[in-house]
Design a protein around this ligand. Structure first.
Ligand code: ADP
Ligand code: MG
Length: 458
């Protein structure tokens, strides 16, 4: 891979993480000047860009480069003069040449829109229902979301959407906000991540402004809180959130929450909050099937004005199955290569893109890793899980650990029994059997186990 190819692939990733306007402003005239060992020198046109990239985008750039070569450890920014850089000719690839090869449907520059996140609402107008692709995996969540736009505060309150990473929760939440705002400009909307909410709260407490903080939230008509699983273990935040929640709920104000798991699986969530979350509508987003993944890729390629052959689309759809963000990332990297070289990337290039994105090399895992991941997921200590307790909230994670040790490591029943507190092999057999049966009918459980499994192989 040349420096230029590396940079184009990284740019493909960076592009999906920031607004088009920022992307063009800050990344248009950048390049890779040098790569030696773990150190990459990024060329920037002037001192101002240098500072800006260093301060604002250093992490994102490093992450995007490391997705391609994980040995990259360090980035240096260096000013260069774009006109002297031979690689730059490629940046200005004439869209006409691409057109002649039939890859680009129309000039991309004509079609792009700039997206600015609204500072009051935190809504990004790029997320809309129009661009949200629906399949059986997400239709319930989408229908609930659209229902809410029609009957704010009265149909489902709260709405709780859960599903794994990269499956469209944020997109859907933001679409609701954007649709409501379009319908009625006067509705007071706020979208906020749980992390941001927590840090705002901590700051308000620190500055003695907790009253203002609460008042601000009580004026909201539609409150959207993303990734609520991060409330885990934050007691003070949970408490304040509980009061804000109640205040809004009593006034029929709409509350929407998302999480990577259902309320019952968020371990150290206060019971009163859990029952509030369960009191409204709960909708899940599962994994898209192969037809939907193909459709998503085709639609996204079309949005980017690129015509990709079916075999490439099928290859991506087959090999990336659990994460729409990854599907999009792979597609963007391929598009970047097409734009750079005016020809389709080779099969091996595509393969290496997919491997770097979707299939981290399988490492050999030990039973201890399983124990600690299961314990972490259910928010308890490994010792607690192993001890003699028969409490359901402990027995269940223990059974999950048994099941995973059997399925993932193929270890014997007696071995598993021994490692889980000296239990009899029949207890282990019973647990594995029970979970296998349960998994056939219980989609929530399947997602819980999948998300533990995902972490096993990172
Ligand atoms: P999550 O919040 O569940 O981690 P996101 O909403 O951030 O996932 O989605 C990841 C990426 O995939 C975003 O770029 C989003 O636009 C895209 N995406 C997810 N689901 C869909 C969908 N159903 N249709 C179109 N794009 C989607
Ligand atoms: Mg999200």
């Amino acid at each position: 891979m040349t420096h230029q190819e590396l940079w184009q692939s990284a740019l493909g990733e960076i592009e999906i993480n920031i607004s088009k306007a920022n992307f063009i402003t800050w990344f248009k005239q950048t390049t890779i000047l040098d790569k030696k060992g773990g150190r990459v020198v990024v060329g920037v046109p002037n001192g101002f860009s240098k500072e800006w990239l260093q301060n604002k985008y250093h992490k994102l750039i490093l992450k995007s480069l490391r997705n391609i070569f994980n040995d990259i450890k360090e980035i240096e920014f260096s000013i260069y003069s774009p006109s002297n850089n031979p690689a730059n000719e490629n940046n200005n690839t004439d869209s006409k040449t691409l057109n002649q090869k039939g890859l680009i449907i129309q000039d991309e520059q004509l079609g792009f829109k700039e997206f600015e996140v609204n500072k009051d609402t935190n809504l990004n107008p790029k997320y809309t229902f129009d661009t949200f692709i629906v399949g059986s995996f997400n239709e319930l969540a989408r229908a609930a979301a659209q229902g809410i736009v029609e009957k704010l505060g009265t149909l489902y309150n709260p709405l709780f959407i859960y599903g794994g990473v990269g499956l469209g929760k944020t997109h859907l939440l933001q679409s609701i906000g954007n649709a409501v705002s379009k319908k009625n400009k006067n509705t007071k909307i706020k979208y906020i991540s749980t992390d941001k909410f927590t840090s705002e709260l901590v700051e308000a407490l620190y500055n003695g402004q907790i009253k203002d903080f609460k008042n601000k939230y009580q004026k909201i008509d539609l409150l959207i809180i993303d990734d609520i699983q991060f409330l885990t273990g934050k007691e003070k935040t949970q408490e304040e959130f509980f009061h804000i929640f109640n205040g809004l709920y009593q006034k029929n104000k709409q509350i929407i929450l998302s999480s990577d798991r259902p309320p019952k699986a968020i371990a150290t969530l206060e019971e009163r909050l859990r029952s509030r979350f369960e009191g409204g509508m709960i909708a899940d987003i599962s994994y898209p099937d192969i037809e939907t993944r193909t459709a998503i890729l085709k639609i996204k390629a079309k949005e980017k004005n690129i015509n990709l052959p079916d075999d490439i689309i099928n290859y991506l759809a087959t090999n990336i199955s659990k994460n729409i963000r990854e599907l999009e990332g792979a597609l963007n990297r391929i598009i970047a290569l097409v734009q750079l070289n005016s020809i389709l990337p080779s099969a091996s290039q595509i393969e290496s893109i997919v491997t770097s994105i979707a299939a981290p090399p399988k490492k050999s895992i030990s039973y201890k890793t399983i124990l600690s991941l299961v314990a972490e997921f259910y928010d308890m200590k490994v010792d607690e899980m192993i001890n003699k307790s028969r409490r359901r909230d402990i027995v269940f994670p223990r059974q999950v650990a048994m099941y995973l040790m059997r399925k993932e490591l193929k270890t014997s029943y007696p071995f598993i029994g021994e490692k889980l507190g000296g239990r009899d092999h029949t207890t282990v057999m019973y647990a594995c059997d029970k979970l296998t049966k349960e998994l056939e009918k219980n989609n929530n459980l399947k997602q819980e186990i999948d998300s533990i499994k995902e972490k096993l192989y990172i």
